[in-house]
Design a protein around this ligand. Structure first.
Ligand SMILES: Nc1ncnc2c1ncn2[C@@H]1O[C@H](COP(=O)(O)OP(=O)(O)OP(=O)(O)O)[C@@H](O)[C@H]1O
Ligand SMILES: [Mg+2]
Length: 451
């Protein structure tokens, strides 16, 4: 997306129709571009990135098929919805075979088109999630910083582990680098030119997780508008990374076990067995063995996944890595700043429950709030020195009493502005600096009317 608003392109030669759609969609908060003929639609497709394209089929110069073809070529993940005149459904079906997402008839019902658009955009988000994860898969060993003997041992074994076809289960506390290890295993293997597909079992509801993994056939359930490949197919001959394995619903565990045992499965609503050869790397920060003894996780599946166990130790058990990691993060931010010896010592002694991710956030935040070349121990946040929860700056003197709400809001506001300043207005980065989700960051900006 160009900005952070969802962008939709409407290609429609009938003025009236074009304007109704534009009004409707702008009313829903989307940013809408319009083209009154195919040629202009094609030009826009080349210039902008759209989240959704809606195109009439019948147009004088370049018709809807031409727009569809162009869209598939410049941005294959952008869903395209075709508009057809009543009584020409065949055209629409033809377009769907060519890769259109769905179609609507003229005249249409407002609610119908709203729903189709909403679904199309949701689908696009899922698709994007998967490619992002694929694009991210460029880590080799060189990105894993460590001087710790047991970590070194793991890294040394990783190349050999990568060469084997056996499934790997990576365990370790949150933020210890399990994702990095999973990436490295793929990139060190002879599967590296095939897909690395990652999915987080904790973030999708059960039904969606199932349809993402196994795919579906058109009509398998409401909303299954076309056939769709599952991640197992996409990961064929490559690696499937199942993150947060402990969250895999029990019923899906059985299905997963079956695929591992037989190497084949069916898409939801499908009638033919598909055969795949996939290496499964899974990760968890929970104790899966305990989940097994509590009856929450299938024992047979556990053994299948855990053919090769890799345990990533927490940061507090490899404190020698802390100064190296600090350096690494400073370099990655292109920062000339350094931490004083005393400041580094404080960081070395902190328990780091959030492990490397937490360290990374603290370093980033200190870069943000310190103007000195050398960051001194006095600047280390109190939460670190006290080993306590985050506190926003020095507490005000209570004296005769203070108004806590506006006081906290002032602090919050100043941090939001500082973060935006420091990142040159890049909201995603600013949110990260403050340890906030993008949503919550955006919400706070709106609350204080910060532009
Ligand atoms: N040894 C390392 N060297 C450099 N960077 C690291 C190292 N380990 C972790 N990181 C960085 O720390 C952050 C957290 O790592 P990662 O996402 O791999 O952790 P995780 O164990 O998968 O966490 P979670 O359990 O929350 O999924 C990432 O930004 C990663 O790049
Ligand atoms: Mg992870």
């Amino acid at each position: 997306m160009g900005g952070n608003r969802t962008q939709i392109l409407i290609v429609e030669d009938e003025k009236h129709m074009r304007e109704i759609l534009k009004m409707l969609l702008e009313g829903e908060g989307y940013s809408v571009f319009t083209a009154e003929d195919g040629g202009r639609g094609r030009d826009l497709l080349e210039k902008e990135i759209f989240d959704l394209v809606i195109t009439d089929i019948k147009m004088p110069d370049l018709d809807g098929y031409g727009i569809l073809k162009k869209a598939l070529q410049v941005s294959p993940e952008t869903p395209v919805i075709m508009i057809t005149a009543f009584g020409t459904v065949e055209n629409a079906i033809e377009a769907m075979k060519l890769g259109a997402y769905d179609y609507i008839h003229k005249p249409f019902k407002i609610d119908e088109i709203r729903l189709i658009i909403k679904k199309a955009l949701e689908k696009k988000d899922l698709a994007r999630q998967v490619t992002l994860l694929k694009e991210r898969a460029i880590t080799g060993l060189e990105h894993i910083v460590t001087a710790n003997p047991s970590m070194r041992e793991i890294l040394k074994n990783l190349s050999r582990i990568a060469q084997s076809r056996a499934n790997v289960l990576i365990t370790g506390e949150s933020g210890t680098g399990k994702d990095l290890v999973a990436n490295a295993i793929h990139n060190l293997s002879d599967r590296k030119d095939q897909n690395f597909v990652a999915i987080n079992c904790a973030t999708l509801p059960e039904g969606l997780l199932e349809s993402e993994l196994f795919g579906y056939m058109r009509g398998a359930f409401t909303g299954a508008a076309q056939n769709k490949q599952g991640l197992f197919e996409i990961a064929d001959k490559g690696t499937l990374f199942l993150d947060e394995m402990a969250e895999m619903p029990f019923q899906l565990q059985s299905k997963l076990l079956r695929v591992i045992e037989t190497g084949s499965f069916r898409r939801l609503g499908g009638t033919t067995d598909l055969t795949v050869e996939v290496r499964i790397v899974s990760a968890t920060n929970k104790d899966l063995k305990e989940a097994v003894s509590n009856g929450l996780f299938r024992e047979d599946l556990f053994y299948r996944l855990n053919a090769i166990p890799v345990h990533v130790p927490p940061l507090r058990e490899r404190r020698e890595d802390i100064p190296l990691l600090i350096d690494h993060f400073l370099k990655r931010r292109d920062s000339r700043k350094r931490f004083s010896k005393k400041a580094t010592e404080l960081l070395i002694n902190y328990p780091w429950k959030g492990n490397i991710r937490e360290l990374e956030n603290v370093v980033d935040r200190m870069l943000l709030f310190s103007d000195a070349e050398i960051i001194r121990d006095s600047e280390i946040p109190q939460e670190i020195t006290a080993g306590l929860l985050p506190k926003p700056g020095p507490a005000a003197e209570i004296g005769q009493g203070i108004e806590l709400e506006p006081y906290l809001e002032d602090i919050e506001k100043s941090y939001l502005i500082k973060a935006l300043d420091r990142t040159g207005g890049k909201k995603i980065e600013a949110a990260r600096l403050l340890g906030l989700s993008f949503r919550s960051f955006r919400h706070r900006l709106a609350k204080y009317g910060i532009k």
